[in-house]
Ligand binder design. Structure first.
Ligand SMILES: Cc1cc2nc3c(=O)[nH]c(=O)nc-3n(C[C@H](O)[C@H](O)[C@H](O)COP(=O)(O)O)c2cc1C
Length: 220
């Protein structure tokens, strides 16, 4: 696929077909994505691939924590107060998403959104990204982000969909307990992976990007 089509075509996919992604294809995607840049080529990212019974087990534990109303405790805390320009972009995203879902008769309330996330939007595979607790989170998180974007693009190039999801790692102690080698790790994000439901409203609502002039300062 052409570079521009990959960059522009990738979008967050929030409705998946149930069919499994072959292990060979996941290996190909991760193998390509590991060519992402990192601080002094440290490649200090780790990824866990959850499928089958292990995935179901994680979903069950996550749902139980939601039902108990456990407080969210992300390893990398999210920003509490965003600058106004950023909040306005989120508001525009939510408006577009709600309008498209409502027009299709689908629920738009936060509880429904959380339930869909807890089900991983029906994805048959979840990739969980983390790094060793001894690392400075700014650089390790930055490097991990480059890796994650490369995974999303490599998956899209092969006809698969992804969604980066912080919400489903908001109880990281569950992950540290369930995942092999995860003790002493901090989790950055997870990524759902699978074949997109082609015409789902969750996968087709419009998103926009800020004008370049809002982001760029030319200095000469
Ligand atoms: C760090 C990070 C965390 C995210 N967490 C969530 C999430 O919890 N739930 C969700 O539906 N989307 C999540 N997203 C996806 C963003 O909402 C999405 O990337 C953004 O709206 C831009 O849309 P696009 O990916 O379709 O271009 C996350 C994205 C990033 C980069």
């Amino acid at each position: 696929m052409q570079f521009e089509s990959v960059i522009r075509g990738r979008r967050s996919i929030r409705a998946y077909e149930a069919d499994e992604v072959p292990e060979e294809l996941i290996r190909e995607i991760l193998g390509e994505a590991r060519w992402a840049p990192s601080w002094r080529n440290t490649q200090a990212w780790n990824v866990w691939v959850l499928r089958g019974a292990a995935l179901q087990n994680y979903k069950d534990e996550f749902r139980a924590a939601v039902e108990r109303d456990d407080p969210a405790a992300l390893d990398l805390p999210a920003t509490a107060e965003w600058p106004q320009a950023c909040s306005a972009r989120t508001a525009a995203l939510m408006k577009s998403r709600s309008a498209t879902l409502a027009a299709a008769g689908e629920p738009t309330d936060p509880a429904a959104a959380l339930a869909r996330m807890a089900d991983l939007f029906g994805a048959p595979c979840l990739l969980v990204f983390g790094f060793d607790d001894c690392l400075a989170e700014a650089y390790a998180g930055f490097d991990c982000g480059a890796f994650v974007q490369s995974v999303c693009l490599a998956a899209y190039d092969r006809g698969l969909g992804t969604c980066i999801v912080a919400t489903v790692i908001r109880y990281p102690d569950i992950l540290r307990r369930l995942l092999p080698g995860a003790d002493g790790m901090r989790f950055v994000v997870s990524v759902t992976l699978g074949r997109p439901v082609a015409d789902s409203p969750a996968n087709t609502f419009e998103r926009s990007r800020a004008d370049l002039d809002e982001l760029v300062t030319w200095v000469s």
